[in-house]
Design a protein. Structure first.
Lengths: 311, 311
């Protein structure tokens, strides 16, 4: 079983009310890959510049991530994002974006990357996502993320790409924006009519909801006393979620597998935000993940005990 | 087992993107009482004016609510609220508030109302809430709601009142505002240090979370295709929640009882918003409630199936 992820590999500068980092490894594909690496073989596809050094590769290699398809652009510089969060950690404020080598990125998958079981198209321009999806026609399960920028600037390309994947992961506000439906349930059903069999609404500090056919499943975020850096939480969720799906195999994952995948995604996202950048997930153990999923199950379980109700 | 609720009895004018009503029965105590009436005897305490007619009483009596402690002010007019919602149904916009008889309300509980098992102090001025709480010293479980207005204008009175109840129900943003803690977990723990053994964070469309000691439990809102009118959702939640607590008795409800109470609160809130005002809950059946709680349980359950994780 293997997962391929295509997306950004970046250096991030992040400031929160609690602390800051001037330059650290980040990017959607990196956060995804590290999270998924606990479950299955992971290949990461994306461009970097000359400033991407052995110590960055080492973070990925330490988790067993295959970096053969990282495209090193001679003379180029790696994608850079600078942002900050105020006390409302749900809202990222972008202060600076340098696309650098990402501006001319044309994803090319090696035979090994094409031959994945699960493919994740992290948030990049939707035509590029669709191109990648077509390079990997035999992937058993294909999921994608996107963002408001593409809903605004490339809605037709985005919709065409969504039509070719099995699962769309998107922030709940963006799902509403994408479909024009104020009800999240209607929004998810609209997306499923376009093609995907599953939709995951990411809800930040409130957790995530899964829509599949008529089915609905929701989990709260794991409660934390301190969130240090929310950057990458959504991609860490996707990595835990799709890593679990890959580990379980099957063309169309059964609903009980998808629910457990949501729990593993939730766990990985919660670890990601406990420290800056990739710091926490890099030092994570399998036992910590298993324990957190068990905690999450205890926190969301209630017994059935109907009471007599008065008409 | 019985519940007494003290709060507003109102006429509401509500406009949403879907429809509107120019004048309908509302108020926090009314929404609470109707929801709680499925579980236990309910007494409602609050002031009304001459404009409160037999047809309004009839809505309460049809659900068996005891209205003996409704205080009718001769020559007065009933509290009136006019508001609207845009497509973001989580945000109520107040267009007009006429306090009317509510301006001089001094709650006086009859012996029967004082002698309740469970007491709910709906959102009114915190000194009035504390006065009511002291009229009912033997209530086994006392809960209260509040709002940003009192956090801003009467923080000391509010805190003194919170110190004398068992459970605080509050919107999550208001819990942060009240405590100055950006983490909801820290905010809830701060409140518990003031006195309450339990805190419920109401999260609107995202559901609700329960904090009790070190325990945490969360439920999503029931997914609905159409929300017609969110007015009273929080009070309907409180009515289902505390009605269930009252039906189960016990001085300090056990954690499994509180979790089921959260589920019943969630169910009642979801019915409330399906139609305007009290329309849906007035026509609700016990079977519909039981079915929705069972659905909610199915929507939040996942099996435990640890996978081998790669270190």
């Amino acid at each position: 079983m293997s997962v391929t992820v295509v997306g950004s590999i970046a250096f991030d500068a992040v400031r929160t009310p609690f602390d800051e980092r001037e330059r650290m490894l980040g990017g959607s594909a990196v956060h995804f890959a590290l999270a998924a690496s606990f479950f299955t073989d992971v290949r990461i596809v994306g461009p970097v510049g000359d400033d991407f050094t052995e110590s960055e590769y080492q973070v990925l290699h330490a988790r067993g991530v295959d970096t053969e398809d990282i495209e090193r652009v001679p003379g180029g510089r790696t994608f850079f994002w600078r942002g900050h969060y105020d006390y409302d950690l749900n809202v990222a404020h972008t202060d600076e974006t340098q696309l650098n080598v990402f501006a001319d990125f044309e994803p090319k998958l090696s035979p090994a990357s094409r031959d994945c079981d699960v493919l994740f198209l992290a948030n990049i321009q939707p035509d590029l996502q669709r191109g990648v999806r077509r390079q990997s026609p035999n992937a058993r399960f294909v999921a994608m993320d996107s963002m408001n920028l593409w809903i605004d600037t490339a809605p037709d390309a985005l919709r065409a790409t969504i039509a070719e994947v099995d699962c769309l992961l998107l922030n709940d506000a963006e799902l509403r924006m994408l479909t024009g439906e104020p009800s999240l349930l209607r929004a998810a059903r609209a997306v499923m009519r376009w093609g995907p069999s599953q939709v995951v609404a990411k809800q930040g500090e409130y957790g995530a909801a899964l829509f599949a056919g008529d089915g609905f499943f929701a989990l709260p975020a794991f409660p934390l006393e301190t969130v240090l850096d929310p950057t990458g939480a959504g991609d860490s969720f996707a990595g835990g979620f799709l890593g679990y799906v890959a580990a379980h195999g099957g063309d169309s994952p059964a609903e009980d597998v998808m629910r457990r995948a949501m729990a593993y995604g939730t766990a990985l996202a919660s670890f990601n935000v406990e420290q800056f950048g990739t710091e926490r997930v890099s030092s994570l153990t399998g036992e910590e993940i298993t324990d957190r999923v068990a905690d999450l199950r205890r926190m969301t379980t209630f017994a059935d005990a109907p009471v007599p109700l008065r008409e």
